[in-house]
Design a binder for this molecule. Structure first.
Ligand code: UD1
Length: 469
């Protein structure tokens, strides 16, 4: 498999264009399956997760034209050819489970979504999805099959609007419920719903498609059954994870980067924390410029949270940024219980990080009485040294790229397929900003061996929840 070689010591300078959001785009493709109307999507990111979702939709019956140069996709699904999500898509990302919500109101067949086998299931709960869809009238069963299991879902009696209270404002469960509710009879209320910007983008898309959806101030989303559907034209929102990633890389390397298309509204919590440590930014008419001003300050307390809080996906690169600040800072991860595994490599590179099972900071979270290492204390500044790095998940992957950009020697980074899934033209964009980064293409034989190693990697070393985010 390919690797990246990164020689650090350069500060990032220049101008890049924000890509369309991975976490919105993939859901919009799935949402288009609700009806047989043509949907045209603009600002489509050219990333692995979109490729995977496009292939999956094609198998289900979608006709898709993807003009990668123009960044547009046209998708239309005149009929569902199958409602079986092939096994090979399970585990590649979280899209397959959303197929249930999108297809329930459109087929009388069983929707079959295989799961990845064994221990991994426990680390990737979908209980909130299943419970909400059942409240709408779906019958969903988990059946053991030969090697692994699958969810079998159907709504032969039709879907009916309901009041659903989510125990936790899960992004995926909210999306799945909205998708199903668009075709459910009457009105559906989702209380304690997630209201991430990507969900609002989905709601905008669905409104154009014909749905009536209200977002109340108290995290309640109200969906009325759609009676007719229309063709849709929709521009995908900018990827706030990509924007934050390059912003942190620019400031950590004492550089200055303008990100065209970065949307201020989606970055409020991030910009506040950046300002607290002395990171510079200026919001312009058509994007945001990020720059290093003077010595970065630690002494920060940061808690990840659901929107409008500080997003969990920003946490890993932020930790690398904190290695360059003076003083101690505290991070409390409240969204995923096991999202600090990547810090071991940072410690080997020179970071001063200690992990804790307690909730360090303002409030107790869901993991208060568990044994999960979900708080950390980091002390800086610490120089980082080069390392051979294996990427465990997408956001940790970018954090490692940042760490390698800060080290003076060359680091080799493997398992970069995670980065391909979520970051458009990573090497091209970083090179444009002056980074010394090269992609080493592996011969086919080595690819096979690496794939084998990846598949047999002990699951304890991988945070599956984060790996699939
Ligand atoms: C999405 C994003 C991911 C982001 C996350 C939180 C995509 C493709 N991924 O993931 O980048 O980090 O939101 O902002 O959009 N949970 C349950 N039961 C469930 C569902 C979730 O316990 O049925 C738990 C999860 O284990 C996790 C937490 O809820 O601890 C958050 O998960 P969720 O909000 O559902 O994240 P995703 O939609 O999977």
């Amino acid at each position: 498999m390919d690797q990246l070689k990164v020689r650090g010591g350069k500060s990032l300078q220049g101008h890049i264009q924000a890509a369309g959001a991975k976490n919105a785009m993939t859901k919009l493709l799935v949402a288009s399956l609700i009806s047989d109307r043509k949907c045209t999507l603009y600002n489509v990111p050219n990333i692995g997760d979109v490729e995977i979702t496009v292939n999956l939709c094609r198998e289900i019956g979608s006709e898709i034209e993807w003009d990668k140069k123009a960044k547009t996709i046209q998708i239309v699904t005149p009929e569902l050819k199958t409602s079986y999500v092939p096994q090979r898509y399970s585990g590649s990302n979280r899209i397959p489970i959303l197929m249930i919500g999108a297809m329930l109101g459109r087929t009388d067949e069983d929707i079959i979504v295989p799961t990845i086998g064994g221990d991994l299931i426990g680390a990737r709960p979908v209980d909130l999805h299943i419970h909400a869809l059942q409240k709408l009238g779906a019958t969903i069963e988990y059946r053991e099959m030969k090697k692994e299991g699958a969810y079998f879902a159907q709504a032969h009696e039709g879907l009916k609007g309901a009041v659903i209270e989510l125990l936790y404002p899960s992004v995926g469960a909210t999306e799945n419920t909205i998708l199903a509710a668009v075709r459910a009879k009457g009105t559906t209320l989702i209380k304690n719903a997630a209201i991430e910007p990507e969900i609002i983008d989905l709601i905008l898309f669905l409104q154009k498609l014909g749905a009536n959806i209200m977002v109340d101030v108290d995290r309640t989303i109200r969906i009325q059954q759609a009676h007719e559907f229309h063709e849709v034209e929709h521009t995908v929102m900018a990827d706030r994870n990509e924007v934050a990633s390059y912003a942190m890389a620019a400031i950590a390397t004492k550089g200055r980067v303008f990100i065209e298309g970065a949307e201020h509204l989606h970055m409020i919590a991030f910009l506040n924390k950046l300002r607290e440590i002395g990171g510079g930014f200026a919001v312009k008419r058509n994007g945001i410029e990020f720059f290093y001003e003077s010595n970065l300050r630690g002494g920060l307390h940061l808690e990840t949270d659901v929107h409008p809080g500080f997003m969990t996906d920003w946490q890993q690169p932020f930790v690398v940024l904190l290695t360059q600040t003076s003083g101690a800072s505290v991070i409390h991860e409240t969204v995923y219980e096991n999202r600090f595994g990547y810090t071991q490599t940072l410690k080997e590179m020179g970071a001063d990080i200690e992990l804790f099972t307690q909730c360090l900071g303002g409030k107790m979270c869901r993991f208060a009485s568990s044994n999960h290492l979900h708080s950390l204390v980091i002390k800086g500044p610490t120089p980082l040294k080069a390392h051979d790095i294996w990427i465990p998940d997408l956001r940790a992957g970018f954090a490692y790229i940042m760490a390698a950009l800060l080290a003076s020697e060359a680091s080799t980074i493997s398992n970069i397929e995670f980065l391909d899934r979520g970051y458009e033209d990573l090497v091209g964009k970083l090179s444009l900003l002056g980074a010394d980064i090269t992609r080493l293409t592996a011969p086919k034989k080595a690819c096979k061996a690496a794939l084998h190693n990846l598949l047999i990697k002990p699951t304890s070393e991988v945070d599956i929840g984060a790996a699939l985010s």
